[in-house]
Write a protein that binds this ligand. Structure first.
Ligand SMILES: [Zn+2]
Length: 263
């Protein structure tokens, strides 16, 4: 069975970009007879806020997008740190995992040059942890845990997709470049067959820039306050990526019909 996920980060309020992702996630899951897992990606303990966490669940409820496993309790990355620690140990068994004390500034904007690969540093707070990638990734050896002790997005999301048995990852075009990396990391973590990845278009702003969370006319809460119904908001998001004609409302329970031939 197809299992996909809706996995927002509680670092801001829901906007039309999230609604586009929800349309693809729920629409394709329903069209394929699959299931949707809801996961709150709060691996970044510094940027994640409770107020956004609460708000995104309220907004999803209001829109009518309901995950199949229910959400009581909600799955959060912060719930169980031992999951990532265990995954790290699994990696250690077959791969070169090492401590790194390079700052972001020292590495600069380019790929990580492997400075600490053979230094034999002890893993202590204040140092990051990397795994040697083979073949080498464009970005160098992958950072798994940063110097502040946060599990990185790439590591946490790959571990969670294995844990949740996600078979189809549906996400925006902007994340396409990390697909190969996540598939390789999944294999290194013992995943037998990789998830399929599907990338959908993003809403661009008036001048072609990626939709920003600060755009007042794209926030779900702002649109609701302006008097729009859930079907209006979903219709507006669908139209913004060409799934519907402008101005056509559509209910969350009906989005599968936007994907008549899901293959
Ligand atoms: Zn280093």
């Amino acid at each position: 069975m197809v299992v996909t996920r809706f996995a927002p980060s509680p670092t801001g309020y829901l906007h039309l970009g999230h609604v586009v992702n929800a349309i693809y996630v729920w629409g394709l899951a329903r069209a394929l007879g699959g299931r949707v897992v809801l996961r709150v990606e709060d691996h970044d303990r510094i940027r994640s806020r409770r107020i956004f966490d609460t708000a995104l669940l309220e907004d999803l409820d209001w829109l009518g997008f309901v995950p199949d496993a229910g959400r009581h309790p909600v799955r959060r990355q912060s719930d169980d740190q031992s999951v990532y620690a265990e995954a790290l140990d699994r990696l250690r068994a077959g791969h070169h995992v090492y401590a790194c004390d390079c700052s972001r500034k020292e590495i600069g904007g380019g790929p990580y040059p492997g400075t600490c690969r053979t230094r034999g540093l002890v893993e202590v707070p204040g140092r990051g942890v990397r795994v040697q990638m083979d073949p080498e990734e464009d970005s160098g050896d992958l950072l798994l845990r940063d110097r502040d002790g946060n599990w990185t997005y790439q590591f946490a999301v790959t571990v969670d997709d294995i844990r949740d048995n996600v078979t189809l990852v549906i996400r925006g075009e902007d994340l396409r470049s990390s697909t190969g990396l996540q598939i390789r990391l999944g294999g290194m973590l013992g995943r037998a067959s990789p998830a399929r990845f599907l990338h959908h278009p993003l809403i661009a702003g008036p001048t072609g820039e990626k939709l920003s969370k600060s755009n007042r006319d794209t926030g779900v809460r702002e649109l609701r306050a302006a008097g729009l119904a859930p079907a209006d908001v979903i219709g507006r998001a669908a139209a913004a990526v060409g799934l519907l004609a402008q101005g056509t409302p559509i209910e969350a329970s009906d989005v599968a019909r936007l994907f008549p031939n899901p293959g």
